[in-house]
Design a protein around this ligand. Structure first.
Ligand code: MV4
Length: 497
């Protein structure tokens, strides 16, 4: 492979080009009109404009991307994540054009893209599944019987869904019929496929995913887990590796299950097998993502492997250069997603110009970003502007380094999730590893950000006033009740010092 086209933008396009460059491979960027001056365009050896800003007129148009690859004589296409990365039709078209798709086969993508066929494949290999059905359910009366066997609360899921879309929790049999009809019609209108299935609802799970890598010679290895439980409305916020809740035995069992899921669909390249884990540490296969994931850097840092290079090597037909026994976890890595949204205002997406943009530096800090100071954040795409990743000898060092790096990160002009991520890093339950997918819902209120960041001065002023009151020996200060009842004061006690 001499030249690859990156069918993506932003941080991931840059990330992929860097590995290609280190391998002596030329790179081709594609860009929309909004991205004309983006770093990924300048970094590439060649760049081709593929149309107007909306992604359905540029980054999602298969023919434009394949034509750009033909024009530039690229012999491979890397899709990154999002956009066309899990589109089997695209993978097939790329192949038919005589270009290597850097990713799995269209058949693997199809099998794992449908949640029911993914479950059926996993079941054949005796992979643990959440109790429920592994077939589409249509008949309401039959579904009610199954629901009662499985036990309430149950979760209705759309087979064509994923990432939490088209899911409905049902607590009682009385609600079942209505919810099932709604779920099916929603699935049909959103995905063009009304198939739904049911599972027992695991109310407070952890989300743990296993990175796998397969070559074209039948070798598949696992590169351990990523803990992704800290998420908000199915958007991951913090990811780390390894998980603080796995034992070596569980890690091995989950890793081996993940490899079997990959084998079940003849997986080639980098993929991720998602599991839910309940309070009793039972794990269940959920779905497989057939792409390089946003959070792949934490795996790179603890394994010392460059996943993009491995993807390219596998796509060239090379055998994996290491075995399962060669892989070891060294240290601990944490990633936070820096998004252009306002955590004090219901995470409302924010747009504007990066008036100040200074990234943190120093030992154990990695920033994967796609913007520079002075640039405008386009409204057309995902609002993740950067990923901040820290590495340490152990979890505590990685966390302390993350707090230090967040404090060094200077962004003005737009609101970001940085203060929110600091809140997570400082939280007792994050620190002690005692959390599940409900962490943010359970512990976060916008007020929590006011004390640790922008309002430090206000807090200092209030504290000054309080001290003055105390000095005046006024035991009935008007400030006191307000302060004592203010969650901001209690929350951060002990964590700041
Ligand atoms: C579940 C579940 C509880 N019980 N399935 C959400 C995304 C999709 N990948 C599957 N998801 C879930 N499936 C059963 N039977 C809870 C979730 C879930 C979740 C999973 C992983 C990470 C975050 C989540 C947030 C809410 C719900």
């Amino acid at each position: 492979m001499n030249k690859i086209l990156i069918a993506n933008r932003g941080e991931i396009a840059l990330r992929i080009m860097r590995s290609a460059k280190e391998m002596g491979i030329k790179t081709v960027a594609v860009f929309s009109e909004a991205d004309r001056n983006s770093p990924h365009v300048r970094y590439a050896d060649e760049a081709i404009c593929i149309g107007p800003s909306p992604s359905n007129q540029s980054y999602l148009v298969m023919e434009k991307i394949i034509n750009a690859a033909k024009t530039t004589h690229a012999d491979g296409i890397h899709p990154g994540y999002g956009f066309l990365s899990e589109n089997a039709i695209f993978a097939r078209k790329v192949k038919e054009a005589g270009i290597i798709f850097i990713g799995p086969s269209p058949e693997s993508m199809e099998m794992m893209g449908d949640k029911l066929s993914a479950k059926a494949a996993a079941k054949k290999y005796n992979i643990p599944l959440v109790p429920g059905t592994d077939y589409a359910i249509q008949d309401i009366d039959k579904a009610k019987i199954v629901a009662q066997e499985v036990g309430f609360p149950i979760l209705i899921k759309a087979s064509a869904g994923g990432g939490g879309k088209g899911m409905r929790v049902v607590n009682t049999i009385e609600d079942f019929e209505e919810q099932m009809k709604l779920a099916a019609s929603e699935a049909l209108s959103s995905f063009g496929d009304g198939s739904v299935f049911i599972e027992r609802y695991v109310a407070a799970p952890r989300h743990i995913e296993i990175q796998v890598l397969g070559d074209t010679h039948g070798n598949i290895v696992y590169l351990f887990e990523r803990e992704c439980s800290i998420q908000r409305r199915h958007q991951k916020v913090v990811e780390e590796a390894p998980s603080s809740c796995l034992t070596p035995e569980l890690r091995k069992a989950m890793g081996e299950c993940a490899v079997m899921v990959a084998k079940a669909c003849n997986y080639i390249g980098a993929g991720t097998v998602e599991f839910l884990m309940d309070e009793k540490m039972n794990f269940y296969f959920l779905e497989m993502n057939t792409r390089l994931q946003v959070e792949h850097p934490v795996t790179e840092l603890i394994t010392g492997k460059d996943l993009v290079k491995e993807q390219i090597k596998v796509a060239r037909g090379e055998k994996l250069s290491f075995t399962q026994e060669d892989l070891k976890i060294i240290g601990h890595a944490i990633e936070i997603r820096v998004c252009a949204e306002d955590p004090t205002n219901n995470f409302l997406p924010d747009t504007g110009t990066l008036t100040t943009y200074q990234i943190p530096k120093g030992a154990g800090v990695r920033v994967d970003d796609g913007f520079e100071e002075g640039m405008e954040i386009p409204i057309f795409y995902d609002n993740m502007i950067a990923k901040l990743i820290t590495y340490g000898h152990n979890r505590e060092e990685a966390i302390q380094r993350m707090i230090r790096a967040i404090d060094e990160y200077k962004i003005t002009g737009i609101e970001t999730t940085l203060p929110f991520c600091k809140f997570v890093m400082m939280h007792e339950n994050f620190r002690n590893g005692n959390f599940d997918t409900n962490f943010i819902k359970n512990y976060f209120q916008p007020d929590d950000l006011l004390s640790s960041n922008a309002d430090e001065e206000i807090v200092a002023a209030l504290l000054g006033a309080k001290l003055m009151n105390e000095n005046n020996q006024s035991h009935h200060s008007v400030l006191e009740p307000a302060i004592e009842n203010d969650s901001r004061w209690k929350k951060n006690r002990g964590t700041e010092s």
